[in-house]
Write a protein that binds this ligand. Structure first.
Ligand code: SAH
Length: 373
């Protein structure tokens, strides 16, 4: 038998810690479980590994093609100009992963030198391993970059905020409809030691939505807090935020908690800390929280439509013309994967939403989209 890898040992340790916590409390909520599995300071999924790419657990849009980050860099330059070209301007990225998006964005921003010179880049990252990778990638980028653990730590002033696949990593509470009442979904330990889903004894009378028994309702308290914080900041200090994620534009019932390991779906309770856990983002709910602050909300629109509106077709053509035939084909394949709306493509599954100071004109990619109330 092969000795267990460091990765597996961490997983066993975290599972033991979760079991001990459940033994003490009877059960923990799904939200607490997600928080521990992803964000436990030593043993959480993101804390000590690089989860991305072919050898990791999943691939994200900036890892598919440089065009994604480049176009977002130009999007940010355009927003900056509509803000009246403030200097300095904070460019904040939430959960930058390997740092690929921001690195591509900063390279593309070279064509707008005044914007690039005004930039104060702030990366919000809780994982020390990923912060180190980001640092290594950006060390020679020629722009001031610093790190923080929360948006609150970013100094006041006009800001442009980017978050790709950030909201889907925030823990959610789940409620299950049982005998006409909502009860919080929990995690307990089975007699064989395995983790299993359960529901709390206590009903939640303040949730008014009616639904058939067995339905699941997901609520992201940290998502709502973030939207509230973003909206409040942008209204007061100016700027805009772009959030791109896997999710739906209309609130609906359903259990969307999923776990990915080596590009395959696995049981979300089987290996806490050793697989990525996400839920689909409820953009309608996020939009409600942002709107409540007085900020303008645009979209969500399909990622494919957003990327085409900000020029991915032209960018693909320009890059392909200068590349070898093989590389040219790669750019075209990447474009198709990012904008296509068929099976295995991201164009319709992923959505883009913007939150902005009302005084700004609609951000690029959302111009044909009416401002929500
Ligand atoms: N945006 C990147 C990575 C997405 S994965 C990309 O598109 O490739 C989620 C990222 O968010 C990781 O960098 C993870 O470490 C970070 N993260 C997750 N929860 C966080 C939190 N609560 N605060 C800050 N960063 C967080």
């Amino acid at each position: 038998m092969e000795p267990p890898s460091a990765r597996n040992l961490d997983m066993i340790e975290l599972l033991d810690e979760i079991r001990a916590m459940i033994a003490e409390r009877g059960s923990i909520t799904v939200e607490q479980y997600m928080q521990l599995a992803l964000g436990h300071p030593d043993l959480g999924y993101y804390m000590n590994r690089d989860p991305f790419g072919a050898t990791g657990d999943f691939t994200t849009a900036p890892e598919i093609s440089q065009m994604f980050g480049e176009l977002i860099g130009l999007w940010a330059a355009e927003v900056w100009s509509s803000m009246g070209s403030p200097d300095p301007v904070r460019l904040v990225e939430l959960g930058p992963g390997r740092g690929t998006l921001i690195s591509d964005a900063l390279r593309a921003a070279r064509i707008v030198p005044a914007f690039r010179n005004a930039l104060d880049v702030r990366l919000i990252e809780t994982s020390p391993a990923l912060a180190t990778m980001q640092h290594e990638l950006l060390v020679d980028c020629g722009v001031a970059v610093s790190w923080a653990q929360t948006l609150k730590e970013v100094p006041n002033g006009p800001a442009i905020v980017i978050g790709n696949e950030f909201l889907d990593a925030l823990p959610v509470r789940q409620f299950v409809r049982v005998s006409g009442q909502w009860r919080e979904r929990t995690v307990r330990v089975n007699s064989d030691g395995a983790l299993a889903f359960d529901v709390a004894d206590r009903a939640e009378p303040y949730i008014r939505a009616a639904a058939a028994n067995g339905e699941v309702l997901e609520v992201s308290p940290s998502g709502h807090r973030l939207m509230f914080e973003l909206g409040t900041r942008l209204v007061k200090q100016g700027g805009a935020a772009l959030l791109i994620d896997y999710g739906h534009g209309v609130t609906r019932f359903g259990d969307t908690l999923q776990a990915l390991r080596a590009h395959r779906y696995v049981d979300p309770l089987a290996a806490p800390g050793d697989c990525d856990l996400t839920t689909h983002v409820d953009f309608a709910a996020m939009a409600r929280s942002a709107s409540a602050t007085g900020a303008a909300v645009y979209g969500p629109v399909d990622q494919g439509d957003f990327l085409r509106a900000i020029g991915i077709d032209l960018r693909t053509k320009a890059l392909a013309e200068r590349a070898s035939p093989d590389r040219a084909e790669e750019f075209e394949r990447a474009r198709a994967r990012l904008v296509g709306k068929g099976q295995g493509e991201m164009g319709a599954l992923f959505k883009a939403m913007a939150v902005a100071d009302r005084r700004l004109r609609p951000p690029p990619g959302f111009q044909s989209n009416t401002k929500s109330a």
